[in-house]
Design a protein around this ligand. Structure first.
Ligand code: ACO
Length: 322
């Protein structure tokens, strides 16, 4: 029987501080009304000063490993997707997470912005199916507050910190059915992190986005993307138990949901609670379903994501956790 890669578990960690929309009204020309109407976001979590992306990732990893009912040293690879690593360039956040877990296994980061979770799924699927690895720990983790300009109302209100992890292991049923990923670097300048090239001091990196232009490309790309992965796998919208989109903006989620004619109960929405947590957003949403006991073993999940690059992707996977 052919070896299959399965999502064995999900676990998340959110920092304790909550920032409400009203908190921005005290120092920015913005309002709870604008943020809610244009994005659907009501609050987001924010890490402490001394709490780094690897700390969030480590805590999410512990939950996922426990729920997978394996030992920490059964993990033979760690991948972290992040745009807000502890260190830029090196060492990777995955290396730091491996160390916190007491492991010396292969560990590396990938850079695919908000699509990072889909990219990790694709990698883990092929490594597990080829029997190169047995248990791959994939973690979407962001301390995105560390790359935000809190004077820029068009970006800082949108994002939140958090981490979520999955253990991907070999099995024979409830597999990750299919993953599609793509990029278009023509749009690099619409969404990027900026550090002036010639600055002598260590000018903080900050995220820049032309939100409205990103929005237009995102809605059309995602609608086509999800239709394609369903038809490629001979599935219809009714086969999907949970549509779990990247949580960037409620209006983007609703656009794709309407294009696919999905029912409300099929669609996972938690952008109101977490904001856009970039690479962590899809696994945090999976965890939300899991902890509210709506996600059951054998449920078919459809994921879609879109982010800086541009990068985007979609995936179909059965849940194989208990
Ligand atoms: N409060 C009040 N007004 C605001 C705020 C704010 N926080 N932010 C912007 N505005 C103003 C603008 O200045 C503009 O004012 P003007 O008309 O006087 O110039 C007006 O609101 C409209 O601005 P738009 O940018 O056109 O607003 P839009 O409706 O497009 O909403 C948003 C902006 C929420 C960013 C939306 O475009 C969006 O969600 N884009 C996609 C984001 C996304 O999916 N990114 C990809 C993933 S992120 C990643 O990869 C890291």
């Amino acid at each position: 029987m052919k070896l299959k890669a399965c999502i064995k578990s999900i676990g998340a960690y959110l920092p304790k501080n909550i920032v409400y929309n009203q908190d921005f009204e005290t120092f920015l020309d913005t309002s709870d009304e604008w943020i809610t109407r244009r994005t659907g976001i009501k609050q987001r979590f924010k890490a402490d000063k001394d709490e780094q992306t690897s700390d969030l990732a480590y805590k999410a990893a512990l939950v996922a490993i426990k729920r997978a009912k394996i030992n920490i040293d059964d993990i033979d690879m760690i991948i972290v997707a992040t745009l807000s690593p502890d260190y830029f360039a090196m060492p990777s956040t995955a290396t730091l997470v491996a160390h916190k877990l007491g492991l010396k296994v292969s560990a590396f980061d990938i850079s695919a912005a908000c699509s990072g979770f889909i990219y990790m799924l694709e990698l883990a699927k092929s490594l597990v199916e080829s029997a190169s690895k047995k248990n791959v720990l994939i973690i979407g983790a962001e301390k995105i507050s560390s790359v935000l300009d809190y004077n820029d109302r068009s970006t800082c209100v949108l994002f939140g910190d958090g981490a979520a992890a999955c253990v991907i292991s070999a099995g024979y049923e409830n597999e990750i059915l299919d993953v599609q990923t793509a990029t278009d670097g023509e749009y690099a300048k619409l969404l990027f992190t900026n550090r002036p090239k010639y600055s002598k001091d260590c000018t903080p990196i900050s995220l820049k986005m032309q939100g409205n232009d990103v929005f237009k490309v995102a809605v059309n790309t995602l609608a086509n993307e999800v239709k394609h992965i369903l038809s490629k796998n001979n599935l219809s919208k009714d086969d999907i138990t949970h549509f779990i989109p990247h949580q960037a903006n409620l209006r983007i989620i609703n656009y794709v949901k309407e294009k696919l004619e999905l029912k409300d109960e099929q669609c996972c929405v938690c952008v109101d609670k977490y904001g856009n947590t970039s690479a962590a957003s899809i696994p945090i949403a999976i965890n939300e379903l899991y902890e509210s006991k709506k996600l059951k073993k054998g449920d078919l999940m459809l994921f879609d994501a879109f982010g800086g690059g541009f990068t985007w992707g979609s995936a179909l996977a059965y849940f194989d956790g208990e």
